[in-house]
Design a protein around this ligand. Structure first.
Ligand code: HEC
Length: 152
């Protein structure tokens, strides 16, 4: 019973960008042998990596529509399974809010990028895109090895 309450509380605490927890990620390349197990944070990150690569390519091709689309996918990125979230929350404890802030930063940059792409504003687009790469890497620097230890 206690455990149920804890799980519910944690899933509410995590919420934020909750809605997209299924679609894109369900199709996230089961064919590729390197693709991580469905529902893991690692699989979510692998999809983010593909979406970021698509954004990069769109910028290089000056394809604003594809850039807006890639940015939308990044903004709506999937979430790991509840089991993974619980482990991460239990492992990070007081650092959880900073971790979520790091995620929120990428999210808001993705929204900025989408808007810049829709406005065909290349200078703003690449400025926000490079800020995004910094934001991805800031979280990796701070949490990647810690979370690998927590999850594996
Ligand atoms: C809130 C923190 C956070 C943010 C923000 C973040 N990542 Fe990650 N990322 C992680 C963690 C933690 C791992 C390690 C996961 C694991 O190995 O279980 C990771 C791993 C990865 C990996 C490696 C996956 C593999 O197969 O080992 C890629 C690729 C990746 N992230 C891409 C991105 C991209 C692109 C962005 C920005 C658009 C981003 N990440 C933003 C936390 C974050």
């Amino acid at each position: 019973m206690k455990k149920t309450i804890l799980l519910v509380t944690m899933s509410i605490a995590w919420a934020g960008s909750a809605s997209a927890a299924d679609s894109a990620f369900a199709t996230a390349g089961a064919a590729q042998s390197v693709t991580a197990e469905a529902g893991t944070l690692k699989a979510v990150m692998q999809q983010l990596g593909r979406d970021y690569a698509a954004l990069n390519q769109a910028v290089l091709m000056e394809d604003f529509e594809a850039a807006a689309n890639a940015a939308l996918h990044i903004a709506k990125h999937d979430q790991p399974s509840l089991g993974q979230k619980v482990k991460i929350m239990a492992g990070l404890r007081s650092e959880m809010s900073a971790f979520k802030q790091a995620d929120g930063k990428v999210h808001s940059l993705a929204v900025d990028i989408k808007q810049a792409a829709e406005a065909n504003d290349m200078p703003l687009l690449i400025q926000r895109q490079s800020a995004m790469l910094s934001a991805c890497m800031a979280c990796h620097t701070g949490y990647r090895s810690k979370i690998k230890n927590i999850l594996n």
